[in-house]
Design a binder for this molecule. Structure first.
Ligand SMILES: O=C1C=CC(S(=O)(=O)O)=CC1(O)O
Ligand SMILES: [Fe+2]
Length: 346
């Protein structure tokens, strides 16, 4: 294989939303994202520590979907590497001129081997970084885009593809028979830039923003309660087993899932130990042992191809996590002295 592009981090995504005003109310008024630019067709939003033009684009459209998952690369020269790398993979590759996406420089956009629309860019318009604009931060201030979580049928194949791009695994969930249910992979020195969730795909399971404090996540819950919109809270707040992050999952007006996440850990040393969780461990998804709501396993956002058409789904062939969290003996377990406990769907 040719040399892959030097990916720095997940950088932005573009969501197609059916009601731009309702989505603006959610992402700006509730989640507190900053508006870099908006018009009647699209809104460009960023988290407080982002100084590039945007972390998220909301674009008006007929059907909720994901138009692109974008990664920033270290230098403009990485665009040529990306183009060559993906042409060698035999997938569709497009060069996009500067400004094809407002605020983004020249880019390479591909339909990756997993079926996702993925973009690589370096140059982007700089805008004010609001790190210390505490006069503007709401009580639920989101600091940065942290990761994408993608649903894909074959997790080992997806892991190999991302390892080819220089991503490393921080954690995974597997069983004693060798089935891999999920994996977390990183370029920036945190737990992940992308998570691979075994399921029918390609779909976006969620995008995640990081906060600095747990109370900011709790405020978002209280804010949704005050709006009498508790149904937008899908899962959490809680403490993850995988990643150790304090988390909340909310659903936007179109059902796109957004995670708000804080307190994962540093992974930057070359010998960072990989953590593998047993799929029957009740604490892997929630450290406090709370069950995972069924919708979290089942629902995710459609993704578009490079022509804007929804990608057909490939069904997962291996066992599905939601079906196997309880062992054949009817038990799941809590590690340590407690031994086994009556299984519950976690
Ligand atoms: O970001 C994440 C970190 C951990 C988990 S899990 O539910 O703890 O496995 C899910 C997640 O992928 O959203
Ligand atoms: Fe996540």
């Amino acid at each position: 294989m040719t040399t892959p592009p030097d990916v720095l981090r997940c950088a932005y995504t573009e969501l197609v939303v059916t009601d731009l005003a309702a989505s603006r109310a959610f992402y700006v008024d509730v989640l507190g994202l900053l508006v870099t630019y908006e018009d009647s067709e699209a809104i460009y939003l960023r988290a407080f520590e982002e100084y590039l033009h945007h972390s998220l684009v909301l674009r008006r459209g007929p059907v909720p979907a994901v138009a692109v998952l974008a990664y920033r690369v270290r230098a403009e020269a990485d665009l040529a590497l990306a183009e060559a790398y993906y042409r060698e993979l035999g997938v569709r590759v497009e060069r996009r001129p500067a400004g094809a996406t407002r605020g983004i420089g020249e880019a390479v956009r591909v339909q990756d081997p997993l079926g996702f629309p993925v973009e690589f860019f370096h140059h982007a318009e700089h805008t004010e970084r609001f790190t210390q604009r505490y006069d503007v931060h709401g009580a639920g201030a989101l600091s940065r885009l942290d990761h994408f979580n993608v649903t894909t049928p074959d997790v080992p194949a997806a892991r190999a593809y991302y390892e080819g791009l220089g991503f490393r695994v921080s954690e995974d969930i597997r069983d004693n028979e060798g089935t891999v249910y999920a994996a977390w992979m990183f370029r920036k020195p945190t737990v992940h830039d992308v998570a691979l969730t075994g399921g029918d795909g390609p779909r976006l399971h969620h995008l995640a923003f990081a906060t600095h404090e747990r109370h900011q996540i709790l405020h978002i819950c209280d804010h949704l309660g005050a709006l009498r919109r508790p149904e937008m809270i899908e899962r959490g707040p809680g403490r993850h087993g995988v990643s150790n992050a304090f988390y909340l999952y909310v659903r936007d007006p179109d059902g796109h899932r957004v995670e708000i996440y804080t307190h994962d850990y540093y992974t930057g040393d070359p010998d960072n130990p990989v953590i593998s969780w047993d799929v029957h461990d009740n604490q892997r998804r929630d450290w406090w042992g709370n069950p995972v709501v069924p919708s979290w396993y089942a629902e995710a956002s459609a993704v578009l191809d490079l022509d804007g058409n929804p990608q057909p789904l490939v069904a997962r062939a291996e066992a599905r996590e939601a079906d196997v969290t309880i062992g054949a003996d009817g038990f799941s377990y809590t590690a340590g002295e407690q031994g086994f406990k009556l299984g519950q769907q976690v």
